[in-house]
Ligand binder design. Structure first.
Ligand SMILES: *Cc1c(COP(=O)(O)O)cnc(C)c1O
Length: 393
């Protein structure tokens, strides 16, 4: 039998009825994924990447749950994200800011107890000057570019620093890190090349823990774990690669409201451009979710929703606020009892949606809209309110 119990008739009140779709985020599944990754990486520290508002799932709710599961080190991309995250984790939790300090923002890092990832000689020099001013050593990570050409010190920069160690005076190096370009294709020779380059470059820098892998890199094996790993996507249930079964638990369920049902006849067109036409009598349904909700137009062709075990193919184009699906195979009694259908759920993962839209799960998750009725599922309640203690490093 299809799961028709959603929503409990009166429980959620007008807020659910007032939204076109409901997004349920399973905090227990996120915690379970953290524990799986932590166990898988043995002695290495398992950090947690919560940039982009925890990949769209809400960093203020997700980070405390990760902390409860054991995470002590967090990564965000921007200073602003770090400042927002700071009150939601313990003062002793480390928050690294991947993009490092833009010139002139150094003091904000110290004020909010954030650790910059230094990516260039300019950032190194500015952080050092800031430390001189503060009259104490200040913690930071050093990023080295091992082949992705995106962030980090070049081999020439590392050689310069090795020759003039004073350039790092006042910098308390907490981590030396790099990032893999091809970790989701395990057989790619670029992986081993980057790993070996990290070893060579990090050996020339001050002694500190080394880190290379994000989610996919963890599944390349212990050779890639070094002292710390930085998963993001895997925490949120995305598959580390397309070759092996996904060991992680799904963390989101997205249900769209059935706003209207209708019967159409042969020759009737559906949606903008009338790109789909019925060849005979057809029962269809209009759902309250569209591309403004991050449900990408490119996902219409081949895309579908599910009502229990009934597959509902998307018909025609996705509109801004609505999507039309084929419900012809669903018995009337089942439709009568249903208020919502699954866009992401037991029969359709985030990665499936991404595949049909010609993109990756990361893009689908981070594009999920802001007007859903959002709920968080958590068996053991946890205090997610901002902490009172002032952070310090
Ligand atoms: C985003 C990011 C991560 C997390 O990557 P996932 O593939 O989501 O696990 C880790 N490290 C760096 C440098 C990143 O930019």
């Amino acid at each position: 039998m299809p799961d028709l119990s959603f929503p409990p008739p009166m429980a959620s009140g007008w807020a659910l009825a007032g939204a076109g779709a409901a997004l349920e985020i399973d905090l227990d599944a996120i915690a379970a994924n953290y524990r799986l990754l932590d166990a898988r990486t043995g002695a290495a520290t398992c950090a947690a990447v919560v940039k982009a508002d925890a990949y769209g799932l809400g960093a203020d709710r997700v980070a405390p749950v990760l902390e409860q599961a054991g995470a002590r080190v967090f990564f965000v991309a921007h200073l602003e994200e770090g400042i927002r995250l700071r009150p939601h984790v313990a003062p002793t939790a480390r928050i690294f800011v991947l993009h490092g300090p833009m010139t002139g923002t150094e003091a904000l890092f110290t004020r909010h107890a954030l650790l910059p990832v230094l990516n260039s000689m300019e950032q190194v020099a500015n952080w050092r000057a800031h430390a001189t001013q503060a009259q104490k050593a200040l913690p930071a990570a050093l990023q080295v570019d091992t082949g992705m050409s995106r962030f980090g010190l070049s081999e020439a920069d590392v050689a310069t620093l090795a020759q003039t160690p004073a350039a790092l005076d006042g910098i308390d190096t907490k981590l030396v890190m790099s990032h893999l370009a091809c970790a989701d294709t395990p057989q790619n020779p670029a992986n081993a090349m980057q790993r070996d380059r990290l070893r060579a470059m990090a050996a020339r820098l001050p002694a500190a823990p080394w880190a290379l892998s994000a989610s996919s890199g963890i599944f390349l094996g212990p050779d890639y774990h070094f002292n710390l790993v930085r998963p993001g996507a895997a925490l949120y249930g995305l598959a580390p690669n397309a070759q092996t079964p996904n060991p992680l638990r799904p963390t989101v369920r997205l249900r769209a409201r059935i706003v209207q049902r209708r019967a159409i006849g042969a020759g009737d067109g559906v949606g903008y451009g009338l790109t789909w036409r019925a060849t005979g009598p057809r029962r269809i349904a209009t759902l309250g979710i569209g591309y403004a909700d991050g449900f990408l137009r490119s996902g219409a062709q081949g895309g579908c929703a599910w009502l229990g075990d009934y597959r509902l193919p998307i018909l025609g184009r996705i509109s801004m606020d609505s999507t039309t699906v084929d419900v012809n195979d669903v018995p009337e009694s089942v439709l009568d009892a249903a208020t919502h259908v699954d866009m992401i759920g037991p029969r359709r993962s985030v990665d499936d949606v991404a595949h049909d839209a010609g993109t990756i799960g990361y893009e689908v998750l981070t594009a999920l809209g802001s007007r859903f009725h959002r709920t968080y599922r958590q068996a053991v309640a946890c205090d997610a309110s901002p902490r009172q203690n002032k952070a310090s490093v």
